[in-house]
Design a protein around this ligand. Structure first.
Ligand code: NAP
Length: 493
């Protein structure tokens, strides 16, 4: 067997030049693969950090951990960095690892089809052009398609309206009455910024969420010099953040050990009490579900912004849009000049709207009719040589997703090495391995707070938790250390 030759000729297609796609390309190159095409529908790298440009946009995971373990950055300006610096990190990464030359920008893949005879994938872009690959990797993640509910009258609104993830900077908000629909992690970041400029803000909150302090801090030149002095300093800091967050994972279990869930709830309650003096507003902002069921908000300035006199918090959703405003669930019209949809993403639909067809023309939509699932979050039975990064049941509510993606890349490259072996060409996870894995995942998830009673983007409409991993990041690391080849079958073309 001459694996070097096969590695050099294995054609790898990666969808998306965001965090996962860039990391995968860099590590594949390091592993000796060179025929790599990254299909990116936009004109640049960075994915979600390129798309989201709303005021105050940043990460709610500390930056020294929200970065690759193999590309440490001593120069973060803040503990919780802001979008421009995070985007720059990924842009610099693409340059340093020479990934850009693999990118086909402004190329949106609309269909991927497995060719049973040729043992390869055929990709079709929006213009109808086709490409062939031996291995298909999705770096599309879970949060790339914004969700704007299709309310009656949506198109009749006369003012400016846009989704938070596609911020329309041409819409002037100064002095205007602005309705913000939704109160998730995106809203919590931009509301304090725009509250300072709008005339009035109407914050529609269908269900208020738990919020804990952020403790933002800037890193001065001395701190940056300290981190730059030796890698172990960043690695030690990363280890502490990761270990502390994994320890805190117990707060997300229904039978929480060591009173961790209670402590989390008390911390959030105290934060609300400290920051909101008005008992009526406090009551409005008190959630009616257990902390963690939805992602816990992290902010020092969200509650103070909501308490300002130019903000009305409306504990209700909306039911329609009119030319002049929105109709609340109370049936009243609330006039406004602009509407900002902070209504999240089509998180449970994963690769949609792209169409994916596997062996014997099996459609992924059909395979996932009862909710998306994958083996180790990465492989789907019936879809050979397909790997999903940040796929089903790999999201976290407590730690850095980049850790999970690095574990996936490590596992996936071992699979691709297998594919590149002489006489293999294609592998497919067996139906029994896939079923056994997902039965286990769902039974573990039933023990977590994500399965409790609230509406969240972690669940599909039927209530199945399709997005989250059930444990600590170290559990997933163990899960993905080495493939067990009995979980896979070799597919003959
Ligand atoms: P989200 O958490 O899904 O929040 C959407 C909000 O819109 C919720 O308050 C939801 O209300 C509301 N909503 C949805 N449909 C509605 C409807 N039909 N009528 C009224 N309200 C409606 O979305 P997000 O804030 O964009 O955050 C999504 C995820 O993106 C986060 O969990 C996080 O993983 C990621 N994110 C990360 C960062 C970061 O710092 N790393 C920053 C921003 C976002 P209900 O709660 O009642 O459903």
């Amino acid at each position: 067997m001459d694996q070097a030759v096969n590695k050099a000729t294995t054609r790898i297609a990666i969808l998306g030049a965001g965090m996962s796609g860039l990391g995968a390309a860099a590590k594949l190159k390091e592993a000796g693969y060179s025929v790599i095409d990254i299909f990116e529908k936009s004109g640049g790298v960075g994915g979600t950090w390129r798309d989201n440009t709303y005021p105050g946009c940043g990460c709610d995971v500390p930056s020294h951990l929200y970065s690759y373990s193999f590309e440490l950055n001593p120069d973060w300006d803040y503990k919780w960095s802001l979008q421009p610096q995070i985007l720059k990190y990924f842009e610099d990464f693409a340059d340093k690892y020479d990934v850009r030359r693999h990118c086909r920008f402004n190329t949106e893949i609309t269909e991927c089809r497995w060719d049973d005879a040729a043992n390869s994938w055929t990709l079709t872009d929006r213009a109808g052009k086709t490409y062939t690959a031996d291995v298909l990797i999705s770096g599309l993640g879970q949060l790339n398609i914004p969700h704007t509910p299709n309310f009656p009258g949506l198109d009749t609104f006369k003012g400016g309206a846009f989704h938070s993830a596609r911020w329309d900077h041409s819409v002037g908000l100064k002095g205007k009455t602005v309705a913000v629909i939704g109160n998730g992690p995106s809203a919590v970041q931009f509301v304090p910024e725009i509250q300072k400029v709008v005339g009035k803000m109407l914050s529609f909150q269908r269900s208020p969420a738990w919020c804990r302090p952020r403790g933002q801090r800037a890193y001065d030149a001395k701190a940056k010099k300290y981190f730059a002095g030796a890698d172990w300093r960043i690695n030690w800091y990363r280890w502490r953040i990761r270990a502390f967050a994994d320890f805190g994972f117990g707060a997300f279990l229904q039978k929480s050990p060591l009173g961790l869930a209670d402590s989390m709830k008390k911390m959030c309650q105290k934060h609300l009490e400290d920051q909101v003096q008005d008992p009526v507003l406090r009551e409005k902002l008190t959630p009616d579900f257990e902390p963690g069921c939805k992602r816990i908000l992290i902010s020092d300035d969200y509650y103070p912004a909501l308490a300002k006199p130019n903000v009305d918090v409306l504990r209700q959703g909306i039911k329609a849009v009119t030319p002049d405003g929105v109709i609340g669930e109370d049936g009243q019209e609330y006039k406004c000049d602009a509407i900002i949809w902070a209504t999240g993403f089509q998180s449970t639909e994963f690769l949609t709207p792209m169409q994916v067809y596997g062996r014997n023309g099996l459609s992924l939509n059909q395979a996932w009719k009862d909710g998306a699932e994958a083996f180790k979050g990465m492989a789907v039975s019936g879809f050979p040589n397909l790997f999903l990064l940040y796929g089903p049941n790999t999201n976290l509510g407590h730690n850095s997703i980049i850790l999970m993606v690095e574990h996936q890349i490590h596992y996936m490259i071992q699979c691709i090495d297998k594919i590149a072996e002489k006489g293999v060409a294609a592998i497919d996870v067996t139906p029994s391995a896939m079923t056994a894995y997902n039965v286990r995942v769902q039974s573990e998830i039933a023990k977590t707070v994500w399965a409790s009673d609230c509406h969240s983007w972690y669940k599909n409409e039927a209530g199945k938790v399709t997005n989250n991993w059930y444990g600590k990041t170290t559990d997933y690391k163990k899960e993905t250390r080495t493939p067990d080849w009995t979980d896979f079958e070799v597919v003959k073309g």
